[in-house]
Design a protein around this ligand. Structure first.
Ligand code: COA
Length: 272
């Protein structure tokens, strides 16, 4: 891969966008390569959790204004291919990725980079990271489903403020706005991310996958249909996983007394 690097550490795959000289701005090649990377990691049974980050102290400066926009203008076929690849990995694939995903953000996270940050299950930022929904400056609106998701994730006034001004804000503010789960000093970022990844690796993978789908999909559907969807989802989970995981966890609690879910040492740090 030219634009993506993977580091494997136990069952965690650390995926780095790798165009540091361009602050990991995303060109068409990077989008094509990220689709391949996600295919491989989703199928690889030795991988239990994916962390998405960037090389050179930057998460990503968004779409490559030259290679993604200017160089493709006039070539409709190339534009469509690049656009589809960009939306596939950053949204359609990550949103329901079979395994836990964490965005680890340091340096810049700008414009189109919000899409993959929001699509990951968790996001942890350095306190001094720089965020900006910069699209307004380029004659665009925040793309993919970012505008839609922002109106859910943020208060109405905050969503309007960030989208209409494109102003920059730091990781601490991102945590306060609940755009990321937490912000930590940059020196603690990797260790904190690793601790969260290890907690997620301790969950039953099928239960994790089903729960992720359940939380993401019930948000937009009416109550009665949600009830029916969730009952069907439990049925699907039983079909895929059997009841083995549930029985073994209950037995560790009830019979062996070797497991209590509240004993986990991981606690989340909320932005103030
Ligand atoms: N598209 C294309 N190239 C980009 C880019 C982008 N989104 N973001 C950065 N680059 C390039 C710069 O043009 C520069 O290239 P050069 O070395 O060939 O001149 C290189 O990356 C480094 O950027 P530079 O601005 O010198 O680094 P910086 O650390 O001072 O600032 C940013 C980094 C990200 C704050 C700044 O480059 C920026 O504002 N980029 C635009 C981000 C943006 O609005 N993205 C939204 C696109 S929808």
């Amino acid at each position: 891969m030219e634009t993506v690097e993977i580091e494997r550490d136990g069952r965690i795959a650390w995926v780095f966008l790798n165009r540091p000289e361009k602050r990991n701005a995303m060109n068409p090649k990077l989008h094509f390569e990220m689709n391949l990377v996600l295919d491989e990691l989703e199928a690889d049974t030795s991988v239990g959790c994916v962390v998405l980050s960037g090389r050179g102290g930057a998460f990503s400066a968004g779409q490559d204004l030259k290679e993604f926009f200017r160089d493709l203008s006039g070539d409709l076929v190339a534009q469509k291919k690049a656009q589809r690849a960009a939306n596939d990995w950053r949204w359609h694939r990550l949103e329901v990725f079979d395994k836990p995903t964490i965005a680890m953000i340091e340096g810049v996270c700008i414009g189109g980079a919000f899409t993959q940050m929001i699509a990951c299950d968790f996001a942890i930022a350095a306190e001094d990271a720089t965020f900006s929904l910069s699209e307004i400056n380029w004659g665009q609106i925040p793309g993919g489903l970012v505008t839609r998701v922002l109106t859910e994730a943020l208060g109405y006034r905050d969503a309007l403020d960030l989208c209409l001004t494109g102003r920059k804000f730091d990781g601490t503010e991102a945590a306060r706005l609940r755009l990321v789960n937490e912000a930590v000093p940059v020196g603690d970022l990797r260790a904190r991310t690793q601790a969260l990844a290890e907690l997620l690796l301790s969950k039953d993978p099928e239960a994790y996958r089903a729960t992720k789908h359940a939380v993401r999909y019930v948000r937009g559907i009416p109550m009665r249909e949600a009830e029916d969807y969730l009952a069907a989802k439990i049925g699907e989970l039983r079909m895929r996983a059997g009841v083995g995981a549930q029985e073994s966890a209950i037995s560790k609690f009830v019979d062996d007394k070797s497991y209590r879910p509240t004993d986990s040492s991981y606690t989340s740090v909320k932005g103030e």
